[in-house]
Design a binder for this molecule. Structure first.
Ligand code: PHE
Length: 346
């Protein structure tokens, strides 16, 4: 009984110095654990009389409950203190300082590629196209095989590819992968565009980057013609440049279209007379396109005897550069705020 009498008091005294969870658990074990004084009392109880057992047993229980409730109180206290101190330590200042405001960062803006992408998406949505997305990390099948570029085809050399170590996955070299995914998920007739980043192991200069942007387009139905292709491309380009544009098609080779074309527009700077922008030919190459190859339709689960279609791959970076007068493609991924901020008001 003597031991029990002082136990809670001693415990309370020692508890004052504890402020870590681990120390608290140790202290608890010291008093009411298996090797502690309370257990000793209980073990010795065997030799006591029935009357003594009753009294001492009740007291021991009382002591145990008292200590346990002190422990849980203290536990809450410690947890709260830990939360408070981590809140204090990891504090993030989300207020804008004067110096930031003065630099003009107070309002966010969109990257020029985003601006142009959205504008083009709107134009296509108004012409009944869906807007699709696709993964940046692709497999050989979606990037090459399904687009009629088999393993040993020399066309693979046209796109220097970033391969993953497993030699099966890659960073997509073009948005044509979206054609494959889009076809498999729908039944003709359909029309969609798919904008996004593409990656090629290019030597960089003012007009070449390793990461750039394309917007893929595809329309599949019955009796789709080159005339339809020209109509949609002309409408798109006239909307983008806000004036009537003249286009011409030249033959171009891409394994996934037949026939394939390079679509040029009459130079908007010199109206075709010849200037430095069009390298004195009067026309600017803008957009590869063509009629979808039957093998590609088959890979997409579409019967080429019944349906056909066109596809195009618009290079967005060049368009952005023409629209805003940007002289070096590398600005686009520089992350330089002096560049990005110039588009804030657009
Ligand atoms: N995917 C081709 C490229 O990046 C462009 C293209 C798309 C050509 C669609 C024709 C049709 O080179």
């Amino acid at each position: 009984m003597q031991i029990l009498d002082t136990l809670v008091q001693d415990f309370t005294a020692e508890l004052k110095n504890v402020n870590k969870t681990a120390d608290l658990l140790n202290l608890k074990a010291k008093y009411i654990g298996k090797q502690g004084p309370l257990s000793d009392v209980m073990k010795n109880l065997k030799s006591a009389s029935v009357e003594e057992k009753k009294i001492i047993g009740a007291k021991a229980n009382e002591v145990k409950n008292a200590i346990e409730s002190l422990v849980s109180e203290k536990m809450q206290e410690i947890e709260l203190a830990e939360i408070n101190s981590s809140l204090e330590k990891d504090r993030i200042d989300i207020s804008l300082t004067d110096s930031v405001l003065n630099k003009g960062l107070q309002s966010a803006g969109f990257h020029p590629v985003t601006l142009v992408t959205r504008e083009i998406e709107d134009i296509f949505i108004s012409m009944g196209f869906e807007v699709l997305d696709g993964p940046h990390i692709e497999d050989d099948y979606h990037n090459f095989e399904a687009l009629n570029i088999p393993d040993t085809h020399p066309a693979r050399d046209m796109q220097d590819t970033f391969w993953f170590a497993d030699k099966k996955h890659l960073l997509r070299t073009h948005t044509s992968t979206i054609q494959v995914r889009g076809m498999k998920e729908r039944k003709p007739p359909f029309r969609f565009v798919g904008p996004g980043k593409v990656f090629r192991c290019e030597r960089t200069d003012a007009s070449h980057e390793m990461v750039f942007h394309q917007l893929e387009g595809m329309m599949v139905g019955k009796d789709v013609s080159v005339g339809n292709l020209i109509y949609f491309m002309k409408t798109l380009l006239s909307e983008i440049f806000k004036k009537e544009v003249e286009v011409r098609l030249r033959p171009g080779f891409f394994p996934f279209v037949e026939p394939g074309f390079e679509l040029d527009i009459k130079c908007l700077i010199c109206s075709g007379k010849g200037c430095s922008v069009c390298k004195h030919v009067g026309w600017v190459e803008l957009l590869p396109c063509g009629m979808v190859h039957p093998n590609v339709l088959r890979h997409g689960g579409i019967d080429p005897e019944e349906y056909n279609g066109f596809a195009f791959g618009l290079g967005l970076d060049r368009l952005v550069m023409m629209k805003y007068g940007i002289d070096d493609i590398r600005h686009l991924h520089s992350g330089d705020l002096r560049f990005n901020q110039q588009f804030k008001s657009f």
